[in-house]
Design a protein around this ligand. Sequence first.
Ligand code: MN
Length: 633
Amino acid sequence: MTADSSDDGGPPVVYDLDPDCTVEDVAEGNYYRATVNGVVDYGVFVDVSSSVSGLAHESTYDGSYEVDDDLVVELTEIRENGDLSFEPVEVGDYETQQVGHDYDVADAGELGDRIGATVHLEGEVVQIKQTGGPTIFHVSDETGVIPCAAFEEAGVRAYPEVEIDDVVRVTGDVEERDNALQVEVDSLDVLAGEEAETVRGRLTDALDERAEPNEVEPLVEWPALTQMFPDLEEVARQLRRTVLESRPIRVRHHADGDGMCASIPVQLALEKFIEETHHDPEAKRHLFKRLPSKAPFYEMEDVTRDLNFALEDQARHGQKLPLLLMLDNGSTAEDVPAYENLAHYDIPIVVVDHHHPDPEAVEPYVDAHVNPYLYDEDYRITTGMMCVELARMIWPPITEELRHVPAVAGLCDRSKADAMTDYVELAESEGYEESVLRDVGEALDYEAHWLKYDAGRNLINDVLNVGGDEQRHRELVEFLSDTARSEVDDQLDAAMPHVEHERLDSDAHLYRIDVENHAHRFTYPAPGKTTGEIHDRKVQETGDPVITIGYGPDFAVLRSDGVRLDIPQMVSELDEEIVGGGVSGGGHLVVGSIKFVPGMREEVLDALVEKMADAELDEELQSTVVGHEQDDD
Ligand code: MN
C-alpha cells in the first residue's frame, strides 16, 4: 500500500490490515489501526497485522496504554534494519479502508527463473501424493501445474484437510530437484467463499482458452474428411482440457496397422502438451497410457484391467480417474458391456473409429463419437487419417513427423479413397516410396502380433519412424516386412491345398479353410490374417466376386469382394434363427468375424453360407480387407 493518508481535504483514511499482510503492504505516512501487544518503559509495541509490528516511543504521545488497547497509529519510519516506528494519532472523523495482502501471485508455469525465491501461488489441487517423506500437492493454475512439497513428518500426510479440487493459496520456496522444479511449502491454505470463487472463475476462463485446439490446414484437400474437422476439434479440445485438469488419459486401440497409425500420433502430441504444461517429469508417465486391444471390441478382460489400474492409481498416487480414448475401436454394440462397467465410475469415454458403428447402442455411454459412417462416409476414411489431423490440432509442430502416416494407415486398411493418391504423394515428397509405405504397414502388423498386449512404444515409433533414427527405421522395416512375408508364405504353403471351393448360386466363388487344423497355430499370421491372405490370392486368381471363410472350433473370419454383404445384419439374423448357437460378432459390412458355440459350428456355417449365397453382387469389384477379425489365437 502506498496511498497517502493526508489527502485532498476529505476525512483522513485509516487502513485496517488483514492479518496476513506483511511489511510489503505498508508505507510511511499512512494511518493504521493497531493493537497494543506490549508496554515497556520507553513506549508501547503495537501490531498492525500478524507479522507487522513496531514501537511507538513514549515521547510521541501523552497518557498511557495497556495491552490489547486499540488505537490509530501513523507509520512514521521504516528503518534500514526493518524496524518500524509508529506514532499514535488522534483522528476525528475518518474513513476506514480494508487492506488485503498484495500477494503478487506467481505463475506456476513461469517459475524457472525464480529458483530460491519465495512465491505465492493460487490454484486448484489436482493430485495429492503421499511419499515416504513429504506430501506432494500438485497445484494447477492458468499457466501450468507445479508439485508443492509439504512436510509434516516422514510419510505423514501434511494438511490433511486439503482435498483434490480445493482452491488453495500456497506460499513457499522454489527449488530445483532432479532437474525439475517444485515448491517447498511454507503455508498452504484452502480458500473459501468469494476468494475461492474469484480464483476458480479465473482458472476456468484460462482453462477454456488453453484447451482451445489449434486450427490446422488439412494435409490434403479432401472434403469428406474436412467435414469431420469440427468433431475432431471438439475431441482435441476435450483431450487438451483433460491434460490441463491433470486427469490421466488411457488409450485403447485396435492392435493393427491403422490402430497404430492412429494412436502413436495422438500419443506424441499429448505427451508434448503434457511436457509443456506440467513441471513434474513423471507427469508424462502418469497422465498417459496406451494399450492395444487384440479383440475387435473392448473386452471385459481389458476393461476390468483398465478399471483396476485406474482405481489403484487413484488410491496410490492420489490421481483422478482417467478419460478413456478408444481409437480404431469402440463404435459397436459389442463395446457396450465394457462401457456399462465403466459407467459406475467418473470415467469419460471418447471414441474415434471407422468401423461400422451402432450409434444408438454406444452413444448413451460416450462423451464423443467420431466415425465417418455418421457422415454417410465409410471405412475408407481410416482412423489413422483422422488421428493425424487430431494430433496436429493438439500439438501442431508434430506435423513434421507425421506426413507419411495417413498413407501407411490407408494402405494398411486398403482404403480406396481418392485421397489416397494425394496421401501417397505427400509421403513420397517426404522420401517414402509406396513400396516402403506398404512395408511399414506390414512391419506394424507383424510387430502388433508379437507385442500381444504390450504397447511397445519405442519399437513402434522406430517402425513408423516418428521421432526415431532414420537409418535404423529403414533397416528394421525391411527386416520385419521380409520376415512377415516369408512367414505368410509358409503359412499359405501349408493351408492352400486344404482350401475348399464351391460356386454359389449368385455365381460368386466361396472358399473355406479350417484354420484350426490346416494352418499353423499360435504363430504369424494368425487366423484372421491367414484368411485374408488366402482371400486376396483367390481374388487375384479369379478376378470374380469372392467370399472366403476361415473357421475354427468356435469362430469364423469373413472376407468378401464384389458381394454386397451386411455382416452385422447377418450376425443378428443368425443369432435369432439358430437357437442355442450363441452367435455374436460383427465388424465392417463386408469384413468381419463371428463367434458361436463349438457344438453348433456346422449349423451356423451352413446358415451363414446360405445367407451369403443370397447376397447381391456388386457391379464393380471392391477389395476391402479392413481387419477387424479376432486375431488372438
Ligand atoms: Mn482401421
